[in-house]
Design a protein around this ligand. Sequence first.
Ligand SMILES: Cc1cc2nc3c(=O)[nH]c(=O)nc-3n(C[C@H](O)[C@H](O)[C@H](O)COP(=O)(O)O)c2cc1C
Length: 245
Amino acid sequence: MAEQKEQDLNTWTDVEKVIFQRRSIRAFKKDPLPDFMIRRILEAGRFAPSAGNAQPWKFVVVNSPEILAEMEKDAVRIAKIMMWFLDYTRSRIRQLFLKPISKLFIWLYHNELHPVPMGLLQRISMNKAPVFHHAPTLILLMEDRRGVSRPAIDIGICGQNMVLTAHSLGAGSCWIGLIKLLMYYPKWRKFFGVQYPYRLEVCLALGWPKVPADGPVPREVQIVHWFEKSLNDAPRIETQGESYE
Ligand SMILES: Cc1cc2nc3c(=O)[nH]c(=O)nc-3n(C[C@H](O)[C@H](O)[C@H](O)COP(=O)(O)O)c2cc1C
């Protein structure tokens, strides 16, 4: 699929090129992006569409090495505490006592404790992966809960405008949902002013990519139903996209 896409490169619009070539970047150079670039990225977020044009967001830029280091330290600390309670595979005693409790939590919070973030959380707790990828800048996307309909959707669109703009400017970015770890600390909620109406569930790591990104990660083939005839006709079913294999 990647090769096919490369072949089609000439036929892509500039927007498609940015969409298909953007990758999450998880290794950054130490030097931060210049402020004017960060402002351009913020501007792309500011211009995002939102339900009722409510613009239910507030942006916070963090590029202080001291604050970033403290955020990383505290996020890792919480990851360790969480994994201490949730990782029942470490010993037989844990299997006996913790397994039912962990299973219950995993069932109750199946989005948060999905195997993918859990796997990452485990690596973080073992100091094998960083939370914020040592990015020199974070943009926190604070969600204003008073927004129209589902403000979280608006936050997603706003952030996507930002990451696509970052890529188009030659910068690297990565969404970081694990910033939620810091929300367990009253200290950080106070520091960033995360109280009603605001909620902080995601941020963007930004900087210059240290190494070129790998190829795209696989996307599932989608089964799409096309309703094209009458109410009585069954939809035509088409597969969208190609598999990697
Ligand atoms: C809402 C959201 C939260 C994410 N949180 C994290 C995160 O905490 N850490 C991380 O390394 N990647 C995170 N990602 C990045 C995804 O893992 C990545 O987008 C996905 O694997 C697809 O890869 P690609 O962005 O290179 O196309 C997040 C992505 C989204 C959209």
